[in-house]
Write a protein that binds this ligand. Structure first.
Ligand SMILES: Cc1ncc(COP(=O)(O)O)c(C=O)c1O
Length: 423
């Protein structure tokens, strides 16, 4: 048995293991950005600007929607999507309790109240079973999040929303271009909001977002809201006339050019990543101490984040030690050279903005979300680079080492008090 790195053994990820960074920036990307610098056409308002429009056209074609608008970031895309659909003050928006806080802030930005519902214990996505209990006379929209890259149960959500006349805004931030029952994320709901943040699977060199819809009226309103409520697009002089309480939420041409260049490698990178991640997960799935993510047969997974739950009973521990076992496992894995971390430490309903600062919200029972954030840890970013295959083999070794040393790990978890154990 190899010794745990924590106790002086060689770490699973040794010094020589090639590390992987994300995004992969090539000369082609640099040239694309420099091309904009040389052209002097930095915004959509610059005469002859093509990068922004081309990105919008190319993404719309890929997703299969008639319209795509490039915006400043994913939160702006969500906010504009809700506002374009007429969701505002006095309305409620159903949001999964497990997500990045941006999913919950967008309803607040339009004056609506987020209503938090629980997620499924293994897909981590909004559980359609909870929708009926969440609906009130003020519900206007459902905001399913394709968390970690896995599309939510959209057909069930759309059927429910359709019966009650609710708008569906997909949060596609973590799952760009992922197939669900023959369709692509961002084309499933009334509107889709995507983040191009540099950490995302389809990145820009900073911040950006894309909003997709098949509805020309929603697209028209979203366009107004992106640009001070102004109607531009004509060749003549800017009229400086505002028709709606819009934001300034435009993207710039440098961001668009970078993403367009990344897009040329998107499919190839996805295919290799899928192979690398699937190999890692198959190895972890053999270890009874962890639950590795699974993919329902009717959809793909974009593998933006890999979440692993610990199984205390497999370590001979009671369920009540789940959180401590997770914390100990994280420490052991980090000593092995694997940068695991937590992603979300509480249900959205327990974020201080809602729990303490008095922002309006409503929450149903979110006990699954609470259990998941306590007993799971994630791998982020290092697996996105297609060159991460060898590194992920070492990550699998680290999981195996934890499992081989389960008696020691369980003993550490048993003797630690939860509040003394660092996350
Ligand atoms: C699920 C989810 N929704 C919304 C956002 C917000 O996107 P952005 O950071 O581009 O505003 C993010 C990413 O940060 C996210 O992961």
């Amino acid at each position: 048995m190899t010794k745990l790195a924590m106790f002086g053994g060689a770490p699973a990820v040794t010094r020589g293991t090639p590390q992987s960074s994300w995004p992969v920036v090539t000369d082609q990307d640099t040239e694309a950005v420099l091309g904009v610098m040389r052209s002097g056409r930095f915004t959509a308002a610059s005469a002859g600007e093509q990068e922004i429009r081309s990105l919008e056209r190319e993404w719309a074609e890929r997703v299969g929607t008639a319209h795509c608008l490039a915006v400043a970031n994913g939160t702006a895309a969500l906010t504009i999507a809700l506002a374009a659909a007429g969701v505002g003050r006095g309305y409620e928006v159903i949001v999964p309790a497990l997500s990045f806080v941006g999913s919950a802030l967008a309803p607040l930005h339009v004056g609506a109240t987020p209503v938090f519902v629980d997620v499924h214990p293994s897909t981590f996505n909004l559980s359609p079973d909870h929708l009926a209990a969440a609906v009130s006379g003020r519900t206007a929209a459902v905001l399913p999040v394709h968390l970690h890259g896995l599309p939510a149960d959209m057909d069930e959500i759309l059927a429910f929303a359709g019966q009650r006349g609710l708008v569906v805004v997909e949060d596609v931030a973590q799952a760009p271009g992922v197939r669900y029952r023959g369709r692509i994320t961002g084309s499933l709901g009334d509107l889709g909001a995507l983040s191009l943040n540099v950490s995302k699977n389809l990145p820009t060199c900073g911040e950006g977002g894309l909003l997709t819809t098949g509805d020309p009226e929603l697209a028209d309103r979203a366009e107004l809201l992106r640009q001070f409520g102004e109607r531009l697009g004509g060749r003549g002089e800017r009229p400086y006339v505002s028709h709606a309480p819009g934001w300034n939420a435009k993207i710039n041409a440098i961001q668009a050019a970078f993403t367009r260049s990344q897009l040329t490698r998107f499919d190839e990178q996805r295919a290799v990543r899928d192979r690398n991640v699937t190999r890692l997960l198959a190895r972890v799935a053999e270890l009874p101490g962890f639950t590795a993510p699974e993919v329902p047969a009717d959809r793909e997974h974009g593998w933006h984040i890999l979440r692993f739950r610990v199984r205390p009973e497999a370590f001979g521990l009671p369920e009540s030690r789940a959180s401590v076992l997770r914390a100990v496992t994280v420490r052991v894995m980090r000593a092995e050279g694997v940068p695991v971390s937590r992603y979300q430490t509480r249900p959205l309903s327990e974020q201080p903005i809602f729990a303490d600062a008095g922002a309006p919200s409503r929450a149903l029972d979110v006990s699954v979300t609470r259990a998941v954030v306590q007993d799971s840890f994630v791998l982020q970013r290092i697996h996105l680079n297609p060159g991460a295959g060898d590194l992920l083999e070492r990550v699998a070794e680290a999981f195996s080492k934890v499992w081989e040393h389960r008696a020691v790990v369980a003993n550490m978890a048993d003797s630690h008090t939860p509040d003394r154990t660092p996350a």
